[in-house]
Design a protein around this ligand. Structure first.
Ligand code: PLP
Length: 396
């Protein structure tokens, strides 16, 4: 079953985990991996040239987010941006009466896992209920909001289901209670049109490697006036919010990826046609036990399809799919490979057993419609193989 011949061409359908780097990003980075090696904090010409490139990249990110130059803080990852937003706010909080933090129950692990540290800092952490598409239930959230809430966190697009939620009303309710609002826009950036202020975000995270940029570069929008305590201290870089010499090549590549998708066909066109062809083909084939988690309309990211097969563990399917030349995911990249049920699926009301069955296909700018058709055919084949193996071993 190893990939062979043109039929077995490799298909990458895991763009939610990471994306192939755009050529424009790679080209833009090269000088900063070679002759332009200066430290942007240095006063000499080597440093000044690199500092100018960093300024240009910050201008580009600020323009993409519709914010001011000084409101963009570069970090190393979406994870670091979310950690800095949540923990930095908690550490800087001058008001001991604001001692509750509300996180959406289906947020990425980089948000959910701040709970332990928040509790050690004396905060009470609560999880906001979500609906069956993993969107925060506004009615259930409202009674939780009061003057003792420091922060509300809600993501724009869920990284497992791909569902896009209206975050502006959540931000509005948070603000009415005097709380700060953090939005994780790591999955939606480049796929959904927004600005930091259209979402009502006080703090917002994006990451380069999800949009055709390199790994190791990301940004946090910090609205002017919001106070954070840095999590790294030292040289005072990034407006004293993130000490450490920045990854200039990565940041320049991030900006180049943004310019490239902003000036070419919408990032979503290729993704949508591959995903739609994938779904159509599956509906024609009707493999046994197929359950789509969401529909594939406008409230779901264009390249996403989340589904499961009743009674079939996601891991077994992913292994066979890989042998058939298809790379897909089971949820958050960092939790793939473990048998833990998905916390997103559980929060959305699926049972613990069902939450081990979730498969995520995320198509992107590197895919074609034919990829969608092929991926569906190979998925049907993979399911048949897994079911056959289970019957032989007496598990079905
Ligand atoms: N938030 C969401 C919604 C994500 O999908 C991811 C990555 O999968 C992250 C945060 C973390 O981003 P990074 O991989 O840059 O740390």
């Amino acid at each position: 079953m190893s990939p062979r011949g043109p039929r077995e061409r490799a298909i990458y359908a895991d763009h939610a985990a990471t994306t192939p780097m755009r050529e424009e990003a790679r080209q833009a980075m090269l000088p900063f991996l070679g002759p332009e090696f200066g430290n942007p904090s240095s006063l000499h010409s080597h440093g000044r040239r690199v500092a100018a490139a960093l300024d240009e990249a910050r201008e580009c990110v600020a323009s993409a987010l519709g914010c001011e130059f000084g409101e963009v803080i570069f970090t190393s990852s979406g994870t670091e941006s979310a950690n800095l937003a949540i923990l930095g706010l908690a550490l800087a909080n001058p008001d001991p009466r604001r001692n509750r933090v509300i996180l959406g129950a289906a947020e990425h692990h980089c948000v959910i896992e701040t709970r332990g540290l928040l509790e050690r800092l004396g905060y009470r952490v609560e999880f906001a209920e979500v609906d069956r598409w993993a969107r925060v239930d506004l009615e259930a959230l409202e009674p939780r909001l009061a003057e003792d809430v420091l922060l509300v966190a809600a993501m724009q697009a869920n990284n497992e289901f791909g569902t896009v939620q209206e975050v502006a009303p959540i931000a509005e309710r948070a603000h009415e209670a005097g709380a700060t609002f953090f939005c994780d826009a790591v999955q939606s950036f480049g796929k959904v049109i927004f600005t930091a202020s259209s979402l009502g975000a006080d703090l917002l995270a994006i990451s380069a490697h999800k949009v055709g940029g390199p790994k190791g570069a990301a940004a946090l929008y910090v609205r002017a006036g919001v106070r954070l305590q840095p999590l790294t201290v030292g040289g005072g870089q990034e407006r004293e919010l993130r000490a450490g010499t920045p990854n200039v090549a990565g940041i320049v590549g991030f900006a180049a990826a943004i310019r490239s998708f902003a000036s070419s066909a919408p990032l979503s066109d290729a993704a949508r046609s591959a995903r739609d062809a994938f779904v159509r083909r599956l509906l024609e084939a009707r493999p046994d036990g197929l359950r789509f988690t969401t529909d594939h309309g406008p409230s779901v990211l264009p390249g996403f399809c989340h589904l499961r097969f009743e009674g079939v563990a996601a891991e077994s399917v992913l292994v066979v799919l890989d042998q058939l030349g298809v790379s897909a995911g089971a949820g958050a990249a960092c939790s793939s490979g473990s048998l833990e049920p998905s916390h997103v699926m559980q929060a959305a009301g699926l049972t613990s057993a069902e939450s081990k069955e979730g498969l995520r296909f995320s198509f992107g700018h590197s895919n074609s419609e034919q990829d969608g058709v092929e991926a569906a055919a190979r998925l049907v084949e993979a399911i048949a193989t897994v079911r056959r193996a289970a019957r032989h071993s007496g598990r079905l």
